[in-house]
Write a protein that binds this ligand. Sequence first.
Ligand code: 5GP
Ligand code: SF4
Ligand code: MG
Length: 464
Amino acid sequence: CGVFGLYAPGEDVAKLTYFGLYALQHRGQESAGIATFEGEQVHLHKEMGLVSQVFNESILQNMPGTIAVGHTRYSTTGSSRVVNAQPAVVDTRLGALALAHNGNLVNTTELREQLLQTETQLLTTTDSEMIAHAIAEAVNAGSGWVEGAIEAFHRCQGAFSLVIGTPEGLIGARDPNGIRPLVIGTLPGPSADEPPRYVLSSETCGLDIIGADYLRDVEPGELVWITDAGLSSFRWAAPATRKLCIFEMIYFARPDSVMSEESLYSYRLRLGRQLAIESPADVDLIMGVPDSGVPAAIGFSQESGISYAEGLIKNRYVGRTFIQPTQTMRESGIRMKLNPLKDVLNGKRILIVDDSIVRGTTSRKIVKALRDAGATEVHMRISSPPVTHPCFYGIDTDSQDQLIAATKSIEEIAAQIGVDSLAYLSWEGMLKATGEDPESFCSACFTGDYPVPVPELVKRSKLI
Ligand code: 5GP
Ligand code: SF4
Ligand code: MG
C-alpha cells in the first residue's frame, strides 16, 4: 500500500494528497482514499479503483482542511471491497482519527479477540481498522493522541508504517523494525519567515511530485507528531535492528525513489551488474521485462558489454498484473500488457532480465511470446534469489504452494518456463549491492528467516 499525509494550513491539502497518491499508485491499485480535517470535521472519500478514477476536481474541492491523510491499497489482509478501503476513520472522545496503513500485522487474531471483548465494533476484516480501534480505545480511556497511539502500537506486532490524521495534528510512525518505508518531507512555508510544513510519504517520489524536499526517514520505532508547533519526535520502541524489506529495493518501490541516499534505479543497475558477473551468457541482445526488469537489464548490459534493446513494449495503462486479486484476471492481464517487437527479436539470441519470479506465470508467457516473435534462444536472468517463502509483512506473495521456487529446482523452473538457461542472483550478491549492513534488511521470502516472529497458526496458513 501507499500512505501519504500532510499538515499544511493555507494549502489545498486534498489536492496535494491527490498528487502524492498519484505518485504512490504503484503501491496499490485496488482502492484509493483521502480524509481531510477541517478542525473537528472530517471529509472522507474512498472508493475502489485507481486514484484518477476515484477523485475528480469537484470531489477534491469539497474536501477543505488543514490536515490530510491518503492511501492507495492492495489487499494483503481483508478482501478487496470498498469497506476495507482506507483511510479508516474511527470516532473517539477527542474527535475522529483517520488512519492509513502500509504493512501487515502478524498478531491480528489475538488483537481482534481483545478488541471484540470491549465495546469495539469492527466493521471490516482488516488489521488496519484494528490499529485505528486500538488507538481509539486508549484515547477513550483517557490518553492523548500521541500517548494513545503509542499504547496501541505496543499491542501490534508485524509491519506497520502509518499516517494518522487527528483534529489536532498528524502522526507518522513505523514499527520497531521499520519493515515498510516512510519518509518526511518539507514544503516551504507560505512566506520566507514562516516555518516549513511537513509531509509524510511511503516513498520520496510522493514528495517530488508536490515539490516537497526530503528531510529524513521516520526511524524504525519512531513516532512523529506534526502540529502548528512543528514536528516533535517520540521514540516509542527501544531501538531494534532495522529490517527494511529488501523487496522494496528490488521491485516494489519506484526506481526514482531514494532510499539510503541513492535512487533505487542505481541500486537495481548494480544488481544487474552483479548478475552479469555471477551468471554471464553468450547472446546477441539483453532485454528487460518492462518496467521492473529494465534497470537490472541495463546494468547487465553495461557489465557484459552486450547491447541492450527493447524487445517488448508495455501498455502503460494496464496495471501491475500481480495486484489483481484472481488468477484468471492475472492470466488475461499479461496478454493486454506486453507486445513483442518482431523485427528486433527475429533470429536473435536473447537474454531477458526480470527482477523476480514469483509464480512463474509471467515468465512463461513472456518466453513464449519472444520465441513466437522469432528469437532463436531465450535465456533468463533474475536480479534476486529464488522466492521460496511467503511474506507475512505486507507484500502479496501468496502462499508457499503458489511460489514456483518453493517446490522446484532451478532446472525444473527453467524447463517449466521454457528457457534455454536460467540463473538467479545470489543472496549475498543482492545484499552486497545495497552497500549497507546485510543485517539491516528483511529477506525472509528468500530464506524463510522471518525477523519478526510469526505465530505458528499464521505461518501454517501460508506455508506448505
Ligand atoms: P510471476 O513469476 O509470478 O508470474 O511474476 C513475476 C513478475 O511479477 C515479475 O516481473 C515481478 O516484477 C512481479 N512481481 C514482483 N513482486 C511480486 C509479488 O509480490 N507478487 C507477484 N505475483 N509478482 C510480483
Ligand atoms: Fe519484504 Fe520478503 Fe521480508 Fe516480505 S518477507 S518483508 S517481501 S523481504
Ligand atoms: Mg515485473
